[in-house]
Ligand binder design. Structure first.
Ligand SMILES: [Zn+2]
Length: 263
């Protein structure tokens, strides 16, 4: 049962699950209490809190079910007005990787065929800092605007930075690109795959949302294959045409020539 726990140092009452373990309600950044699988268990929200979040989702028009055997679990949802439209944001934990993912949801997508859907892999430098070295922020914003205009669709935001190699390695790869390597060779030079992304979590989120098939907003054919490998029906693709700038022109050309991106 949820009870109001002792006040923390900030003076804000904390929720506890009655077990003596506090829950910070976000399931992340649990480094202070150790690492590995025990960290994930300690930060898992109590069932009553999950039921509350699921109740909120239902009140917002969604009917999620936690599915047995899924690594991805719904942990919270709320309204999220943005500059590009008004969405519901759903937050998921991923027990396979320990990562957290979100889905921006517009309209009723349960049971939908050819649902407009963007799977966006986190790009700290582009999405947050507005880097001109890539086109990530522009693609994310174009997707949100398109889905808002359609009044139906989903943006799944996956916590897999730098095509899955992580932020530090991405900056190392940038450094190599500054010395003349292209984005593919830079990764290989670091002993890393050109693309280490996985779409298992995204496919589970699509299934949790009850989407029947998707119209994928992407220029990346391997993303379509990645979803199909996990049993998702991709019936259409919509390209995201982003105008190149002087800083990302070579990068976009490499993605087209060496990674098969379509525009
Ligand atoms: Zn980027």
């Amino acid at each position: 049962m949820l009870t109001q726990g002792k006040k923390g140092t900030s003076g804000i009452p904390r929720l506890t699950d009655g077990s003596g373990h506090g829950s910070n309600g976000n399931g992340s950044n649990g480094k202070s209490s150790g690492g590995g699988s025990s960290y994930r268990l300690r930060n898992r929200l109590p069932d009553s809190t999950l039921q509350h979040f699921q109740g909120t989702c239902r009140a917002l028009g969604f009917d999620f079910e936690q599915k047995k055997g899924f690594a991805v679990k719904l942990q919270a949802c709320a309204d999220l007005p943005t500059r590009h439209g008004s969405f519901v944001i759903a937050a998921f934990s991923d027990s396979k990787t320990g990562k957290e993912h979100t889905a921006l949801i517009k309209g009723d997508v349960s049971g939908m065929h050819a649902c407009p859907l963007r799977i966006h892999s986190q790009c700290h430098t582009g999405d947050v800092l507005g880097s001109l070295r890539c086109d990530c922020q522009a693609q994310l914003e174009a997707s949100m605007k398109y889905i808002e205009s359609r009044q139906q669709g989903v943006v799944i935001y996956l916590q897999q930075e730098g095509r899955g190699i992580g932020l530090v390695n991405k900056i190392r790869a940038y450094n190599l690109q500054d010395m003349g390597f292209d984005t593919v060779d830079a990764n290989v030079c670091l002993g890393l795959p050109p693309d280490a992304r996985d779409y298992g979590a995204a496919s589970e989120i699509i299934q949790l949302l009850g989407i029947r098939s998707v119209c994928l907003l992407t220029n990346n054919p391997s993303k379509i294959e990645g979803l199909r490998e996990h049993g998702i029906r991709v019936t259409r693709r919509m390209p995201l045409v982003i105008k190149a700038n002087e800083h990302n022109r070579e990068y976009l050309a490499t993605k087209r020539k060496r990674m098969g991106h379509l525009y």
